[in-house]
Design a binder for this molecule. Sequence first.
Ligand SMILES: [Zn+2]
Length: 149
Amino acid sequence: MADLFAYSNRRPESPANGCTYCFDPVHTADLICVTDLWRVRLHPKQAHLGAYIVYTARHVLNVSNLSSAEFSEFGVIMARLEQSLERAFGAVLLNYSCWMNYAFRADDPNPPCQNGVPSPHVHWQIHPRYDRDVEVDGLRFEDPTFGAP
Ligand SMILES: [Zn+2]
């Protein structure tokens, strides 16, 4: 578990816009996969085994600004990752969240990023859920609130 948290500490300083998602994939140690339009990386907090973040390759501020190609490829990526987590760890379901709270500022709807926060960059946090304990590489992962938020 400790190694999973360490991955996020290996990233270089934020790029010029300060966004925590606008890194060249080569500088993202916890990258799971890359497509032309999307990136998938391990969630720095493994509150649920296999939690990950899916984010656009380009800096997009709102879901409504995604292209049809990005929406289409998003569906393909999510289907493949869902199947992978089911096969690899026995995930029963996946929770998806797209929180855009940092994307809005009343005085500046397109705020500059500061030290990576806020990051008004479209992304989803995915949390696989398990109805039983799962052991991976000698570590036991529990999901004591399975079936509840
Ligand atoms: Zn960005």
